[in-house]
Design a protein around this ligand. Structure first.
Ligand SMILES: Cc1ncc(COP(=O)(O)O)c(C=O)c1O
Length: 437
């Protein structure tokens, strides 16, 4: 017999960790019974319009027939086999699709099992590349403040040292070389002075830097900040000049979210190493990929210890690869560009009233991403239930209330999301206790 919703919640409260949660002061969690299109249905029958795409991933919404069919077909064959010494159609077909989608110089693909691992693999590729070239002293990683690349130890180190999520581990982490966030925003006129910190860093320390890692155009979980694409073009030039590899972490930006297929496309640049994840499977399964050039792959492989030192148990999981194949086909055969453009207009229109509110620092929109940055941190424990009362699923963090809906969202559903944001922000403004200290 299925357990009741109350028992389920009690067991959950007593025993399960949720992302970034406390066992002693758990925030309310909402049990989902089903999810379809852009709607989450809770156990008690309440329906919520999804504004999160399950953290950038569910670009086609939920319960997507094309992805379900692909999963079922693969399930009839096998759900998993080890990737060491074995291969299979779903992985190879995914490889072919990724080669078609990404710049021609990116030729070698590592199928990782989560975004954080894809970044770990990218860092290993960069370090192994320089070791193989006999330049093992090029072993520092440079990055931009305010970024986010994951929760494992190497990726935690890349988060902002002061405002990031992982400051408590600081003493255990290998400190990267930080440059400030590019001050020149997306849509502003380009200011060449934006490049000075990177140029200075490379001039002073380029000889010891293996790679620069960045999130192209949009810094995601570190602040949902949009910067000028020219920064990417110039960073590419500087990386070439100072012999530093460029790693583009497109785990959040990939697959259309910013209005281009990839963030790097805003500047028409090709990174040396590209990380993909999240929307790779349309959010149906966990899967990520790290893709690099023949030069890097062959250099690593030509060394005495020429193996790339990574191999997770669930590498290249066939179900996840099948979901990714179906998701990519669905994306490419859909009018995703015009959908994202319509979402962008809807977000601009719908969130505009927030910019007049005194509790709001700034409203910004790019592609299918809309952000209301508050002046003070939002008290999630109090604000989350307000959104649920409004019939929407929106999960703020810190000072940010942000929307990144599935691309298939309807005009009415999007309006429900933006209306809820405006109303909740008004409530916050009228009742200061709703904001956290
Ligand atoms: C840019 C970026 N890189 C890496 C990650 C880590 O991915 P995962 O949560 O799948 O480990 C995230 C997750 O939010 C991300 O946004």
């Amino acid at each position: 017999m299925a357990i009741s919703a109350e028992t389920l919640l009690q067991l959950d409260r007593d025993h399960l960790w949720h992302p970034y949660s406390s066992i002693s002061e758990p925030l309310t969690v909402y049990p989902v019974r089903s999810a379809s299109g852009a709607t989450l249905t809770l156990e008690d029958g309440r329906q919520l319009v999804d504004g999160m795409s399950s953290w950038w991933s569910a670009i086609h919404g939920y319960n997507v027939p094309e992805i379900n069919i692909a999963l079922q077909k693969q399930l009839e064959q096998f759900s998993h086999v080890m990737f060491g010494g074995l291969t299979h159609r779903p992985a190879v077909e995914l490889g072919r699709r990724l080669l078609d989608l990404t710049p021609v110089s990116l030729q070698h693909i590592f199928l990782a099992d989560s975004g954080s691992i894809a970044v770990e693999v990218a860092l290993k590729m960069a370090l192994q590349y320089w070791i193989a070239r006999g330049e093992g002293n090029k072993n520092r990683i440079a990055t931009i403040r305010g970024g986010y690349h994951g929760d494992t130890f190497a990726t935690m180190a890349l988060a902002d040292p002061d405002n990031g999520m992982h400051t408590m581990f600081r003493q255990l982490l290998t400190e990267p070389l930080f440059i400030p966030r590019p001050g020149c925003r997306f849509g502003e006129s380009w200011d060449p002075a934006t490049m000075e910190p990177l140029q200075q860093l490379f001039e002073e320390s380029g000889e010891s830097i293996a790679a620069l890692i960045l999130e192209p155009v949009v810094q995601g979980a570190g602040g949902v900040y949009f910067y000028h694409p020219e920064f990417l073009s110039q960073a590419r030039i500087l990386c070439d000049r100072f012999d530093v590899l460029l790693i583009a972490d497109e785990i959040a930006t990939g697959f259309g979210r910013t209005g281009k297929l990839f963030g790097c496309d805003h500047a028409s640049i090709t990174p040396d190493i590209l990380c993909l994840g999240k929307a790779l499977t349309g959010g149906a399964m966990t899967l990520a990929a790290t893709i690099t050039t023949s030069l890097i792959a062959e250099t690593i492989s030509s060394h005495d210890d020429g193996t790339l030192m990574h191999g997770p148990t669930f590498m290249g999981n066939p179900l996840a690869c099948s979901a990714a194949n179906a998701s990519i086909d669905l994306l490419l055969s859909s009018p995703w560009r015009s959908r994202v453009q319509k979402i962008e207009s809807g977000l601009r229109r719908g969130l505009a009233p927030c910019s007049k509110l005194s509790a709001v620092e700034e409203v910004r929109v790019l592609g299918a991403i809309g952000v209301v940055e508050m002046r003070e941190a939002v008290n999630m424990g109090r604000v989350q239930p307000l959104f649920v009362e409004h019939g929407v699923w929106i999960r703020p963090f810190g000072r940010l209330i942000y929307l990144m809906p599935p691309f298939i969202i309807t005009v009415d559903e999007l309006e429900r999301l933006t209306t809820a944001v405006v109303e909740v922000v008004r409530t916050i403004e009228q009742s200061q206790p709703v904001t956290a200290a």
